[in-house]
Design a protein around this ligand. Sequence first.
Ligand code: AMP
Ligand code: ZN
Length: 120
Amino acid sequence: MVRVTNPECLFCRIVRGEIPAAVVYSTDQVLAFRDISPKAPVHVLVIPRDHHSDLASLAGADPALAGALLAAVGAVAEVEGVAESGYRTIFNSGRDGGQEVPHVHAHVLGGARLPTSIVP
Ligand code: AMP
Ligand code: ZN
């Protein structure tokens, strides 16, 4: 399998094991790990192992992988124990969206009643 990777990308470095992360869920296509600066009791980032900059780029280039990423959000909610209580899923895109790391990632937030204003 040819892995789409970016040598400069922080999350690609986590995929390659060069930077440690608290992994909570992993498949051959996706990786989920705890956000280093959590905004809720549960705050997990779910990423494709392949590098795609944002949600639209991923969906355009590899829709099956986009589907796998969304399925992994549900799996993370299960393993983190918030599937029943509920959770919020956020994708930031670009400058105005507040995206700091240009490797597409879903924020999965839960474990408490979230204020509507929460912005990871
Ligand atoms: P965004 O602003 O949507 O691009 O979100 C990037 C997220 O990555 C932020 O919530 C950061 O706290 C988180 N983050 C940055 N570096 C790391 C890291 N080394 N491990 C885990 N999470 C990180
Ligand atoms: Zn990357």
